[in-house]
Design a protein around this ligand. Structure first.
Ligand code: FSO
Ligand code: SF4
Length: 535
């Protein structure tokens, strides 16, 4: 195996087993599925040119690619099923296309067993990429990873019934483009920016899906301590799974808690209305082995990031695209096994007050106080905004973000989103004239909301986003973060500080390009970065 797609990659790339726990066989099956999904995309593009659109192929493309994102699926059997389905859909569509000579991943037949598929996957892994130019290879990988993020957002939106054929067409065009030989660096840069642009559309679609189904988030206080009684913990990012579970547990005496990226769900009126949505438990994904082991109820993983659950394998359930061998996978929205497990387990013995946090400062909530915010900036009460957001992770160096927020002067406001916030989410930073200094915009999936806030501020001040008193201090981990970064670049946003380390798949020349054109800089120390930004 060779994988260097996430921030916690071993030095130079994971080669024997992933730092995430991904085995050699899972990695190779993912490589095979990704290669075949690119072939499926080539066929979909050829079919589209002849006026043939296959909705099943479109949705499958984003699901298959999303399932290869970091910490989503570790179950080989599920990958085998996806590989076989991919080929069946490809051949069904191919039969409708006339006059096209297909080759490569559009004709490859998968082996009949796992060892055979693993051998095939190796052949199409990164280490066997025939691309001779290291910078082109780096940019093609960046594009592939960005597309994984786009597919994640598109799938989340589709789950709530929001799909866009034009978006699928662009995703498939770019997936197919990653297979092209002889591309130049400028062509690859343009493809990366196009990926950023289509990601904005995917995030917009998801924002529409979430807000039209569950209402616009409103600032909401969320309890951090447990309530006595039976309990289910929901982690991941999928709002529909949470809502379905809330409905199925009504009147059953079970309290539902959010974990990790599900925290912002409390802000949605149509989720908050359930009285047994009792509070939030735990912090970011990389702390789950300790936090899940101590949770006295059932646990439901709706999407990434799952870690090896062997210590509590009986209590954890997966659904959607997430999977772990040996964990019960719930299908067709029937959460009965999760509910039965929760009733069997002891639950919390007592109610404990551990304080609260406030979430729900998505674009609508922030814009509803735009006048006050603008006045505070004009009067000098607010000197600067920081968007301190992105993923959390296990590697050392992420304390930077905690210290950055702690050291940010009292006349600055921190907007945050995604699981990186758990480094400081419960800090009491006070307010500026009634505007809280710490504003939780939502999940990583709500980056669209943060972008809209920035664009609205730029409009109000009649300037460009880069001229606002706003700095982006980002942390990355997996490939949705790559997609978001490409979106920010596509929007022309400059001066981003990125950490805790730079992507291993970026070559020195590509980094130079980013520095020259976008003034991206790796984080240094909170003191130095704050002094530079505010100085
Ligand atoms: Fe975190 Fe994991 Fe949301 Fe990521 S839980 S790291 S960017 O998958 O998706 O922020
Ligand atoms: Fe390594 Fe990250 Fe790939 Fe896992 S996803 S194998 S940790 S680079």
């Amino acid at each position: 195996m060779f994988c260097y797609q996430c921030e916690q990659t071993a030095k130079g790339g994971c080669t024997k087993i992933g730092v995430c726990g991904k085995t050699d066989s899972t990695a190779s099956l993912q490589d095979l599925l990704l290669y075949l999904s690119k072939g499926l995309s080539q066929v979909a593009c050829a079919a589209r040119e002849q006026g043939i659109e296959d909705p099943e192929v479109n949705l499958f493309t984003v699901k298959a690619v999303f399932s290869t994102l970091t910490n989503v699926n570790f179950d080989d059997a599920r990958f085998v099923a996806l590989i076989n389905r991919c080929v069946a859909l490809r051949d069904r569509l191919k039969a409708k296309v006339s006059g096209v000579e297909f080759d490569g991943p559009t004709v490859l037949m998968p082996a009949l067993d796992i060892p055979g598929m693993v051998a095939q996957g190796r052949e199409f892994g990164i280490e066997n990429d025939p691309e001779p130019d290291a910078d082109v290879k780096s940019l093609k990988q960046t594009l592939t990873y960005g597309l994984k993020g786009v597919c994640a957002y598109a799938d989340h939106a589709a789950i709530l019934g929001k799909e866009d054929n034009e978006l699928y067409a662009k995703v498939q065009t770019l997936l197919a483009a990653t297979l092209a030989q002889g591309l130049t660096v400028p062509q690859c840069v343009e493809a990366g920016l196009e990926c950023g642009r289509i990601n904005i559309r995917a995030m917009e679609l998801l924002d529409d899906a979430n807000t039209s189904t569950y209402g616009h988030p409103v600032p909401t206080e969320v309890k951090l301590g447990p309530t006595a009684g039976k309990a289910i913990l929901v982690s991941g990012h999928d709002l529909k799974d949470l809502e379905t579970l809330l409905r199925q547990t009504e009147g059953k005496g079970i309290n539902i808690y959010t974990h990790g990226e599900m925290l912002p769900c409390h802000g949605y009126p149509e989720l908050h209305k359930y009285p047994h949505l009792a509070g939030h438990y735990g912090t970011a994904w990389q702390n789950q082995k300790k936090e899940f082991a101590e949770f006295p109820g059932a646990i439901l993983m709706t999407t990434n990031c799952i870690q090896d659950p062997k210590k509590y394998i009986e209590n954890i359930f997966t659904t959607g695209l997430v999977g772990w061998p040996g964990a019960v996978h719930v299908q067709n929205d029937d959460f009965t096994p999760v509910i039965e497990k929760a009733l069997e387990l002891p639950g919390f013995a007592e109610t404990v007050d551990k304080g609260s946090v406030t979430t729900g400062f998505a674009r609508n909530a922030v814009m509803s106080v735009a006048g006050t915010v603008i006045d505070a900036v004009k009067s000098g009460d607010i000197r600067h905004f920081f968007l301190v957001g992105g993923c959390d992770g296990a590697k050392p160096g992420r304390n930077y973000y905690t210290e950055f927020v702690e050291q940010a002067p009292a006349d600055t406001v921190i907007l945050t989103l995604a699981c990186g916030k758990f480094r400081f989410f419960d800090k009491k930073l006070g307010d500026i004239g009634g505007i809280p200094r710490l504003l939780d915009v939502g999940q990583c999936n709500d980056a669209y909301s943060a972008v809209q806030i920035a664009l609205a501020l730029a409009k109000a001040f009649d300037c460009g986003v880069n001229d606002l008193p706003l700095s982006l201090v980002l942390s990355w981990y997996e490939q949705k973060a790559v997609a978001i970064l490409l979106s920010l670049l596509a929007l022309g946003i400059k001066n981003i500080k990125l950490g805790p380390s730079l992507p291993a798949f970026i070559t020195p020349n590509v980094l130079d390009y980013l520095v020259e054109n976008y003034n991206i800089a790796p984080i240094s120390t909170p003191e130095a970065d704050l002094a530079e930004i505010l100085g």
